[in-house]
Design a protein around this ligand. Structure first.
Ligand code: ATP
Ligand code: MG
Length: 393
């Protein structure tokens, strides 16, 4: 079957009143970005409270559906066949041939639902539905009409042309990226942070990212892995500006000056400070991490409190209550898992202590950080100055 268009259904709740325009315009924009990766000239059109994707004569159906399934805000994707309006008798024939192509030998319950967008059409909707139902029954003797709980709803929209559809492919839901501000994701090479970025982007938030690397302790391949993860998240979130911060000198300095069991916490506090610097510079309204309570020593409630203390922006931790297995499942679903488990080193694991504190005391940590006062500002400035920005598409 050749589908000429897709009707896009989106959540109605989010789009009352004036917000509707913002929501729809952002959705159209994100759909265009997603479709630009698919070969062919698609046109995304917003008309009379509906959004359609009109397809070129030749296109890859699977690729197109896959691209649309990654656009947040889409609840259902309905493939549509479009027929010329050549009078009612021809419409009935077309609807029957649609059924023969899409549901050959159909023997279940169905109803026809007609919507007259073109009000000048001479036959009322109910009558169109009843007559088309009759034609279908003639051609499919084992099918039955059930207007209350049909297994199949055949929708017919009468516009300048006749639009017919009966399938609804599930979209990702959520809200279009761009409708809820921007936030800065701390993206490591692990499993959790790409999932965290996905989840916040799904709420309509545009994402930027920051990655801390520590050459030569972490390799170019470890950095490439993070770039690859950012690309995978960008398939959903749209373009991401990835800040790659050279963290080596700061880490070495902390290692020299501070007690080793506090290294991870102090390092993470500096990560948050740097991430917040870039966040504020780029008008981000929050930070995002992949932290989950109790997962490791640096994610006990005490550790999270110590890390959080240096931030003035809200920190969003969407996987905070998830078990590792639940995060792994999400990573599988969104396609980041295989890349996340590639075995490259991370800057946190290299300088990690054998017995890190699990209940850091804020006063103690602050006192340890005082030992950094001589050079830390200079090192921070240097890290900010040498940060590389990569535009991920
Ligand atoms: P993940 O699987 O997301 O890497 P993790 O289980 O390895 O998380 P941690 O290493 O404690 O846990 O990191 C907690 C969070 O801190 C990460 O989810 C990420 O948001 C941030 N983070 C850790 N290391 C880095 C890094 N090198 N660059 C940027 N962010 C980082
Ligand atoms: Mg990690």
């Amino acid at each position: 079957m050749i589908y000429h268009a897709f009707l896009i259904k989106y959540a109605e709740i989010a789009i009352k009143g004036k917000n509707r325009y913002l929501f729809e315009d952002a959705l159209v924009k994100q759909m265009n970005i997603a479709l630009s990766a698919v070969e062919g000239d698609f046109s995304v059109v917003k008309e009379q409270g509906r959004i359609y994707v009109f397809c070129p004569e030749e296109y890859d159906y699977e690729d197109t559906v896959a691209a649309l399934k990654r656009v947040f805000g889409i609840v259902y994707i309905c493939p549509v066949v479009i027929y010329e309006d050549q009078g009612f008798d021809q419409m009935a024939k077309d609807v029957v041939s649609y059924m023969q192509a899409c549901h050959p030998g159909y023997a279940g319950t169905f109803k026809v639902y007609t919507r007259r967008a073109k009000k000048s059409y001479p036959i009322p909707s109910m009558e169109v539905s009843a007559k088309l139902g009759g034609s279908i029954l003639d051609a499919f003797p084992e099918a039955r009409v059930d207007v209350h709980e049909p297994a199949l709803t055949l929708s017919v929209e009468i516009r300048e042309k006749i639009y017919v559809y009966s399938q609804a492919i599930k979209g990702p839901g959520g809200m279009p990226v761009g409708t809820n501000g921007k936030a800065m994701l701390l993206l490591s090479g692990g499993i959790d942070s790409p999932v965290a970025g996905y989840m916040i982007a799904k709420r309509g938030v545009k994402i930027e990212a920051v990655y801390f690397h520590a050459p030569p302790y972490t390799s170019e391949r470890a950095k490439q892995k993070v770039v690859d993860l950012a690309k995978l998240v960008a398939k959903y979130s749209g373009p991401i500006r990835l800040h790659v911060v050279n963290f080596t000198d700061i880490q070495l300095y902390i290692y020299d000056q501070c007690p080793h069991d506090e290294l991870t916490i102090i390092m993470r506090r500096y990560m948050m400070r740097i991430a917040e610097h870039f966040a504020k510079k780029d008008n981000c309204l929050g930070l995002i991490t992949g932290e989950s309570i109790g997962q490791v020593a640096s994610q006990t409630l005490q550790s999270l409190a110590a890390t959080n203390e240096v931030c003035t922006l809200p920190v969003y931790r969407p996987v905070i209550g998830f078990d590792k297995q639940e995060i792994v499942e999400r990573a599988w679903e969104i396609g980041t898992y295989d890349t996340s488990v590639l075995p490259y080193e991370d800057c946190c694991t290299i300088f990690v202590a054998k017995h890190p504190v699990t209940k850091p005391n804020l006063k103690v940590i602050s006192r340890s950080e005082e030992k950094l006062s001589e050079k830390i500002q200079e090192l921070m400035d240097e890290a900010l100055r040498t940060t590389e920005v990569i535009e991920i598409r």
